[in-house]
Design a protein around this ligand. Structure first.
Ligand code: MG
Length: 288
């Protein structure tokens, strides 16, 4: 889930900006990082379970219930439930919905896309991840939007080295998204993460390289580009949560929780299987 600055009053909004923008970034200890790894892996298992379930006919309520059950099943808490009153374990945002969509009983249909965002708290730490899935066959135009959003996430993660800057992350997303002419959502952002879902710093999906906070080992970030096929402008529906694109064109979202280590980025929200595959890739690159 992302920071919804517009959900709070103007004065509180300014205070949040100051706290999140300039607040202290909490570097995690080795022990904390182990717990972040644990919750990251658990929520990644939930994400991959949901990914496998997305198909025409499935409802977002079924996806939500699956996530809720899985998270509680491993002893975790669905972090989103009750967050400023949010009622679901996942955010399920269909087509022009960008983020914070409510689950419902409307079956997904061939050609839709659905963005699923989820977080768990386990052992006192939070893991946060999101992806956009095609429902059956989708147009090449929208498939490319999803692909580029994922590429933006990869490029952003690749910036997470000690002594780089938080502005480098936003720059990495912006330069790639703009090459494709996509609208970059500005009203919602990524964030630091740890014992709380939202910690400093705020991580914008645009920016200038070499600006903002210095990145240090031990920092954990939830990085989450949101790209629109059309305008970057958004509006919020009457449910006070669901954010949609102003022009009604589709939107895609991708998110990982990432730790900065002395050696560079470590994606925490990967399943055991994905971590093993990543290790194998690395080993092959070294021997090649
Ligand atoms: Mg998030």
């Amino acid at each position: 889930m992302i920071i919804a600055l517009e959900k709070i009053s103007e004065s509180l909004k300014n205070i949040s900006r100051i706290l999140l923008g300039k607040g202290m970034i909490i570097a995690k200890s080795r022990k904390d990082l182990d717990k972040m790894r644990e919750v990251g892996e658990l929520i990644a298992e939930v994400r991959e379970t949901l990914r496998a379930k997305v198909e025409p006919g499935v409802t977002t309520r079924e996806l939500n219930d699956t996530a809720d059950k899985m998270i509680r099943g491993f002893g975790g808490i669905p972090t989103f439930i009750g967050y400023h009153g949010f009622p679901f374990a996942i955010c399920a945002s269909v087509n022009e919905a960008i983020v914070h969509g409510f689950s419902n009983d409307v079956p997904l249909k061939e050609g839709d896309i659905v963005s699923l965002d989820m977080a768990a708290t386990y052992n006192g730490f939070v893991g946060d991840t999101a992806f956009t899935a095609p429902v059956g066959n989708i147009s090449e135009e929208v498939a490319q939007l999803i692909r580029v959003t994922e590429e933006c996430l990869d490029l952003a993660i690749a910036q997470c080295y000690p002594n780089k800057r938080v502005g480098d992350i936003g720059w990495a997303v912006q330069q790639h998204a703009e090459k494709h002419g996509y609208g970059i959502v500005r009203d919602y952002t990524g964030h630091g993460i740890g014992r709380s879902m939202h910690e400093a710093p705020q991580i914008l999906n645009y920016g200038r390289a070499g600006t903002k906070e210095i990145i240090r080992a031990g920092y954990c970030f939830a990085i989450e580009p949101m790209l629109n096929l059309g305008t970057h402008e958004t509006k919020t529906l009457k449910d006070k949560w669901t954010v949609i694109t102003l022009d009604g064109k589709p939107s895609a979202h991708a998110e990982h929780t990432v730790a900065v280590t002395a050696e560079g980025p470590e994606i925490l929200t990967l399943t055991k299987q994905q971590k093993a595959a990543q290790q194998k890739d690395k080993a092959e690159t070294v021997t090649a």
